[in-house]
Structures are given as C-alpha cells and as structure tokens.
Design a protein around this ligand. Structure first.
Ligand code: PMP
Length: 431
C-alpha cells in the first residue's frame, strides 16, 4: 500500500486544520496512523488519492445506506444544482421531505429541518425544556448526541476514542442540569426519577447505542423509559440520527414498536449532504418559532440540494422495503463469519449487531453498556485495524464505532471481509 500522496496532503493539512481533519475520528490518530485522503467512492468501494481501493464500512458514518454515489440517488441532482443552491425563502421540496418523514414516523406530526445531528438534538432539548418548563435532562453513558455543550458529558464516538467524554471548555454551570445514567440500567433511571423526576424535562437516548460500538437496548429498558417518562411528564427523545431509516423505514421506533415524544434525525435523510431534523407531537412542535416562542433558525436549513438528495433517498427506501431484509441477511452473514473466526482462533470477543449496524468487540462479552465497552482490548484492535487496511478494508479507526453496511456491499465483499478479518485477527493476536 502506497501512501505517498496522502502523506503529502496530510503534512499540508496539519498546518491549516487542527489535526489535519475536520472531525476528530478521521485522523486515525487513535490507531497510530496518519489519515488517508479520499479521491472518490462508488458503491461499496472508496479510493484514496494514491489509488488504493478499500471496501468501505464507514460509509460516511451512516448516511450512505445505498452505498457511495448511488446513481438513483444522484439522478437529477445536476439540474437541481443549476436551479440555485440556496434561497433563504422556502421551497416545495422541503415540504415533500417533511411529509415523507411524518408519514414514516407516526410519533412525528411536525418536523423542522436543521443542518446536522448536533443541531437536531440541541434544538429538540431546547423545545422539550420550554414545553415542560423544566431544566434537567437525562442522557446515557456512551451515547453521543453531537457536540453541543450540554450533551458532551460521558459521551461516545470520538470523545470516547480520544478519552475526553466530558470535554474541557464546557462550563460546569452548563452541564449541571445534565444527568447521566448507565445504558440499559432501568433501575438507575427509576432512582433518579424518584428524587428529581419533577425537574427532568427530557430523557434523550440512542435507541440503539451506535457510538460506543454497537449496544442493543434491552426491550424492557426502552419500555421502562417510555413508562417512566410518561408517569413524570418528561419528554422521551429518541436520537435516531443513525437508526432513522436504517433499522427500518420507521427507524428504531418501528423496529422496537415504541413511540417517543420527539425524534432527531440526520445522516440518511440528507442522502449524503448536510442535514438534520427534529420533530414530534404537534403540541410540542407548536412551541417552535415562528408559531411558538422557542427560537431556532438556520441560513442553510432545508437547503434545496440537501432536500433534493434526501427526497430521492427516502423515496427509494420507501418504495423498496426489501432493502431492509437484504441488509439484515448480509449483516447476519458478516456477524456469523466474524463470530466463527473468533471462535476458531480462540480469541475472546463478541459481535453486537442490530440490523445493518455491526460491531466486533475484542474481550469478554456480553457488552451491554459503557463499562463493558471500556473493558475491550483497544491495543489489539489497533493492530487488527492496520491489518484490515492493508487488505483493502476500511473500518472505523476505533473499537468504539459501528460497521455500517449498505445495499452496495456484495456477497463477495462480505466473504472477502470475513476472510481478511480472520487473517488480521490471527496477526493481531499472534495465533
Ligand atoms: N446523534 C447521533 C446518534 C450521532 O451518531 C451523531 C453523529 N455521529 C450525532 C447525533 C451528531 O450528528 P452530526 O455529526 O451530524 O452533528
């Protein structure tokens, strides 16, 4: 593998951009490498500037459920581009995307577009606080909801990878109203609600935690959260930035048959362009400006190009529901293949999978929460990552992220990945 061009760009990049990257996990720093710089991507394959080809399991961290530069998604985008890139006055396509979301999520009666998942969760919390006239929020260890101040507490994703789950620069005063419980631990939620329930505006969670690797919710955990929040008049917010339109067309709430009060979206709904959205019951969304007093705005919100791509993406998913079954079959094959490899090699490890979100944890399972995740074998993962990369497979450069499958991953891709997984594990563990 030749990295000459990537290294050259990187040496320039670090002069002008912190760490040379615009989002920390892109740096490959956690695995002791410099990042590869990408030239292009098609289907399941991504190509760096040195011409190396990789089967891609990052898939832009979730949006590309149909693979890279999917022709169907891109169809007509050039015409849309030539009509103008932003107006600052509304367009019909925004209404069409909102309608698609509302029709797919019975718990969402109105939805507001923003530009990222971070904005979606931040805005949803503001609305929930205003609606309930309460200040406190409850989140879970290892869940990531973007990088707004009040949510960067015991956070997952890059914050976990780089050992700053609670970031410096976030004032104590701002996070004093952020309560944190262990994921899948209903008892701790019950205890906190007994003491402070009447002050808690909202409970926010990833209904499948996919930013500390992948951790599935116990069914009674989700059901319990629904029951407790209802009892205390708190808003239950599902952060479906990853799971929305991925686990099912109706997201985790359809998959687990539980209705939250509010939902946050991102990733897939923009078809690969920058988008986020938050929505919920009409009565709650009536709080949002200009019909209500809660201010939230955005110059590029509902951007016509992002809406165009999102509309195409959601329409394709809506009209081809067999996609979800297809993803399930592929992901199951990958899960089984990796589990077999671990057992053949006698390596302690487990694979957590929900739908097309897959994660191999190295170390003793089961992995049900943040403490279990933190016990995993990061050192051997790092060797494993490098060995995979050498074999033309790109996974997230950290133990604490998911593998994202897309419909573009072929059976051959999966088989080659399983074979490479075996070889890389063998080397990492000196077997
Ligand atoms: N919520 C979840 C569940 C996420 O996975 C992410 C990003 N990975 C966010 C929120 C933040 O989204 P963004 O990066 O678009 O701000």
């Amino acid at each position: 593998m030749n990295n000459i061009k990537s290294e050259k760009i990187y040496s320039e990049a670090v002069k002008y951009i912190p760490g040379g990257v615009n989002s920390p996990v892109r740096a490959f720093k956690s695995v002791g490498l410099n990042p590869i710089f990408i030239d292009k991507a098609h289907g399941s394959k991504i190509y760096d500037v040195d011409g190396n080809e990789y089967i891609d399991y990052i898939c832009s961290w979730g949006p590309l459920i149909l693979g890279h530069s999917n022709e169907d998604v891109l169809k007509g985008v050039e015409d849309a581009l030539r009509k103008g890139t932003s107006y600052g006055v509304p367009t019909q396509i925004e209404v069409e995307v909102a309608k698609l979301i509302v029709q797919a999520y019975p718990s969402v009666e109105m939805v507001r577009m923003v530009n990222s998942g971070t904005e979606a969760t931040m805005s949803a919390l503001r609305v929930a606080r205003a609606y309930t006239k309460r200040s406190k929020i409850l989140k879970f260890e290892g869940c990531y909801h973007g990088h707004s101040d009040s949510l960067l507490v015991k956070s997952g994703s890059g914050a976990l990878t780089y050992g700053v789950p609670t970031s410096p620069g976030v004032p104590e005063d701002v996070v004093k109203d952020t309560l944190v419980c262990p994921y899948n631990d209903l008892k701790s939620v019950e205890d906190i609600f007994k003491k402070q329930g009447s002050d808690i505006a909202a409970v926010i969670l990833e209904p499948v935690a996919a930013n500390m690797g992948v951790v599935a919710p116990k069914k009674e955990f989700l059901e319990g959260l629904r029951r407790i929040t209802k009892e205390y008049g708190s808003i239950l917010i599902f952060d479906e930035v990853i799971t929305g339109f991925r686990l099912a067309f109706g997201g985790a709430q359809e998959y687990y048959n539980i209705e939250p009060d509010m939902t946050c979206f991102g990733k897939i709904i923009g078809g690969g362009l920058p988008v986020g959205a938050y929505g919920g019951k009409r009565e709650i969304m009536n709080m949002v400006s200009p019909i209500g007093p809660v201010y939230q705005a955005g110059t590029l919100s509902g951007n016509p190009l992002a809406m165009y791509m999102g509309h195409r993406m959601l329409t394709i998913l809506k009209n081809n529901r067999e996609i979800y079954n297809d993803l399930e079959i592929k992901a199951e094959k990958l899960e089984k293949g990796i589990m077999d490899n671990l057992s053949k090699l006698g390596i302690a490890g487990t694979v957590n999978r929900v739908g097309s979100l897959v994660c191999m944890f190295l170390g003793e399972g089961p992995v049900d929460n943040y403490d279990d995740v933190k016990r995993c074998d990061v050192e051997n993962f790092n060797i494993y990552f490098k060995e995979l990369l050498q074999r033309g497979i790109l996974v997230a450069p950290t133990q604490f992220e998911a593998m994202f499958l897309s419909t573009a991953h072929t059976d051959d891709d999966i088989e080659y990945t399983i074979k490479s997984n075996y070889e890389a594990l063998k080397i990492a563990f000196n077997k």
